[in-house]
Design a protein around this ligand. Structure first.
Ligand SMILES: Cc1cc2nc3c(=O)[nH]c(=O)nc-3n(C[C@H](O)[C@H](O)[C@H](O)COP(=O)(O)OP(=O)(O)OC[C@H]3O[C@@H](n4cnc5c(N)ncnc54)[C@H](O)[C@@H]3O)c2cc1C
Length: 689
């Protein structure tokens, strides 16, 4: 069956070209530090990262008259530019249907707990503005003939607040924001890896980066000094933390860098895991219509024998097929959905096949096989919610591939671009790490615990235990804007940075280079292999107390060894990666320290993680299998009211907790009373009033 949408339209939504960067202006100032001739770049605000969050910050601040430089490891790399799912989701207030209620939306955003209530409200109330401004910049969000935005329902979303331009929504966001940044003349320093913050007198003074462009005989690693009184960390999430990952390659984020600067991190225990194709091939989420088409899911063992393993879990073919469908909008694993034969039993089953050394596939040319003793798959035997959806979508075709083509031809097109024809061959996939909900602890203006440092996007730990699908992109846009508003109001970015003491820079350069020791036993490959395996094996969606504690001890041992011996790099071009792996080892210890604290205090299964324990009170059931080994602890309600904070103090990671910030839902804004705070800038809560 052919798609009703002409090929050129599909092409335009899948192949999204990015703008060309203009040539970079060479540094005009140099400083000799520790025998190195360092180029100096001065600005008012240094933005680390050119994803959707960083570019939003840049555009908003530049429009407010701020001096801005964006430094990026890879200008069109990162998660926003390179990842997606069947239709990538943007979560925004539902302004087109029957109206929305920002308080209700904020409640939905923080429904999983461990989230500051003010931040949830800020994200809700800011979302309509974010969407409208992206549309103004040219983001092609779909509308009905009356101008209403088309919506659908996504994960943790009971109302239908999701919208999308297709699988490349976040890449399109990066494109329109990049075009605007270039129109405004924002300098983008590409191939620039920011590796250390420069701190003076308790506040940030800038950062040190490694830049290919600045490699020279007097500076073989290309160390550059980027001076700015405000620094925005918008470097995305720690995608390299796990071996089993659906992040694009090379996503490190800046959690380790922040820890080294003594910045507080929060909610590191909370990550999303779900099904997708791994980054070794083409990393992509298998949510939405990929599973709503109800493909056959099976595994293959070492002998090449196929196993329709899901039939051992579900009690009827209808239950099995309906739960495959529900993974479309219940995409992330959730421990409680392993119970009562619900949809996360599928994630567990796939995870177990992986543990048994089997490869798992999705076949769009076959319907699910029947559960033994039950009738064959039929579109007439599906749960009512599933049947209604497929009926409304016109997906009554006999085969999954034709149902998928009917509902979302772009989903097929996308894989074809990467030489995988899911119309012709089965697709291998796994349960992978996809998103870090925690990160740098920020207030309602995106300020971190270090004066002058802000965070936005996935770098910021603004999400709680769960988040509606699309809330990550929305949070990056809302907080990119909030940060820009705050930096502009503070006035620090109106002119490029001033003087910084010689001693400050010398110390920072020495600390930056200290871990780099050629000829060492630890190198990029060994640290990567050790960190990723440990995280995937002991801190993934299935955990237990002994495994987490053991993993923490090993992570500490690795960091002690790295501190004593450093990390090798084989050529100047690998030095930045070596520093990133050094920092990733620290970030991994911080995640494990938070998780160990949570589990040791009796914390139960929540979000995308099941805490398995012999004394657990919940046991997933399966039709023909004993799952007692996955008996898990239930979530404790009190844990929803607080967040776990990790900070490096005197070279040690300290773990503590703090209550969620509250938001008074009954307080109403009142124009005449509140206007002066806006006019005077009092609402920015700047030091000194
Ligand atoms: C497969 C997949 C599907 C997803 N689907 C959705 C979805 O449908 N809806 C949703 O809301 N969210 C989704 N997410 C999450 C969302 O895409 C990300 O959270 C979001 O794009 C992060 O944007 P960002 O700007 O914070 O970071 P990124 O887009 O990752 O950008 C980070 C930038 O920082 C740069 N950088 C990194 N380190 C350094 C450094 N040390 N120095 C200089 N530059 C650096 C990178 O080059 C990059 O430019 C998905 C994620 C994945 C992996």
């Amino acid at each position: 069956m052919d798609s009703p949408i002409p090929q050129p339209i599909l092409d335009a939504l899948t192949d999204v070209d990015m703008p060309r960067l203009p040539p970079e202006a060479a540094a005009t100032e140099y400083r000799t530090v520790a025998g190195l001739r360092l180029p100096v770049y001065r600005t008012g605000c240094l933005i680390v990262g050119s994803g959707a969050a960083g570019l939003r910050t840049a555009v908003e601040l530049k429009r407010r008259g701020g001096e801005v430089i964006v430094a990026s490891q890879s200008a069109w790399g990162g998660t926003s530019a390179c990842s997606g799912s069947d239709k990538q989701t943007l979560h925004t207030a539902n302004t087109a249907d029957r109206g929305d209620n920002f308080t209700a939306m904020a409640r939905a955003i923080r429904a999983g707990g461990a989230m500051d209530e003010d931040i949830a409200y800020i994200e809700a109330v800011g979302s309509a503005r974010m969407m409208a401004s992206l549309q103004y910049l040219g983001l092609p969000l779909p509308q009905d003939r009356f101008g209403g935005t088309l919506r659908y329902q996504t994960d943790h979303d009971e109302t239908g607040r999701a919208t999308s331009c297709g699988p490349r929504t976040s890449r399109l966001m990066v494109r329109v924001l990049a075009e605007e940044a270039l129109r405004l003349g924002v300098p983008i320093l590409n191939q620039t890896t920011v590796a250390r913050l420069v701190v003076e007198g308790g506040r940030v003074a800038g950062a040190l980066a490694l830049r290919k462009e600045d490699q020279a005989p007097g500076n073989p690693l290309g160390v550059a000094l980027l001076l700015a009184p405000a620094v925005v960390l918008a470097a995305g999430g720690p995608g390299e933390l796990y071996r089993d990952s659906v992040y694009p390659n090379g996503c490190f984020g800046t959690l380790g860098l922040a820890l080294e600067a003594g910045i507080a991190l929060v909610n590191l225990t909370e990550s999303q895991f779900g099904i997708g194709t791994r980054r070794e091939g083409f990393p992509w989420n298998l949510s939405g219509t990929y599973v709503q088409a109800i493909p056959h899911i099976y595994s293959v063992d070492a002998d090449g024998t196929e196993h329709p393993f899901l039939t051992g879990y579900y009690r009827s073919t209808q239950e099995l097929a309906s739960n495959i469908f529900r993974k479309g909008y219940q995409w992330p694993f959730h421990a409680s959905r392993m119970l009562d034969f619900a949809s996360s039993l599928i994630d567990l089953a796939i995870w177990r096949e992986g543990q048994a050394g089997r490869r798992v596939f999705m076949d769009f040319n076959r319907n699910p096989l029947p559960v033994p003793g039950d009738a064959a798959f039929s579109l007439d035997r599906l749960d009512p919610d599933v049947a209604t959806y497929l009926g409304n979508a016109g997906a009554s075709q006999a085969l999954p591939i034709d149902r998928l083509r009917r509902m979302n031809p772009l989903a097929i097109e996308l894989y074809r671009r990467y030489k995988v024809d899911i119309a012709a061959e089965p697709l291998e996939f796994a349960v992978s790490n996809q998103h870090m909900n925690g990160g740098i602890a920020v207030d309602g203006w995106g300020r971190s615990s270090l004066a002058g440092v802000y965070a936005a996007g996935e770098a910021a730990g603004t999400h709680g235990v769960t988040r509606p699908g699309g809330a990550a992109l929305n949070a990056g846009q809302v907080f990119g804007t909030r940060v820009a508003e705050h930096v502009a109001a503070s006035g620090v970015a109106q002119a490029p940075s001033g003087a910084v003491a010689e001693e400050t820079v010398t110390e920072a350069v020495a600390a930056l280079l200290a871990p780099l020791r050629p000829g060492n036993a630890h190198d990029v490959r060994s640290v990567r292999a050790e960190v990723q395996a440990r995280m995937s094996d002991h801190a993934g969606m299935i955990c237990d107390s002994a495994g987490v504690t053991g993993a923490l001890a090993q992570a500490r041992a690795l960091n002690a060894a790295l501190a004593a011996e450093g990390i090798d790099y084989s050529r100047p071009g690998e030095a930045a990666r070596a520093l990133q792996w050094h920092q990733m080892a620290l970030a991994s210890e911080a995640v494990l320290a938070a998780l160990d604290h949570y589990v040791a205090q009796g914390g139960g299964s929540r979000g995308a993680r099941a805490i398995c324990a012999g004394d657990g009170t919940r046991v997933p059931q399966a039709r023909a299998l004993d799952l007692d080994a996955f008996r898990f602890r239930a979530e404790r309600a009190a844990d929803r009211d607080e967040q776990i904070v990790v900070q490096q103090v005197d070279g040690r990671l300290r773990v503590s907790t703090r209550p969620n910030r509250r938001f008074d839902e009954t307080a109403r804004p009142f124009f005449e009373r509140d206007w002066p705070d806006w006019l005077t800038g009092a609402l920015f809560d700047l030091p000194g009033g």
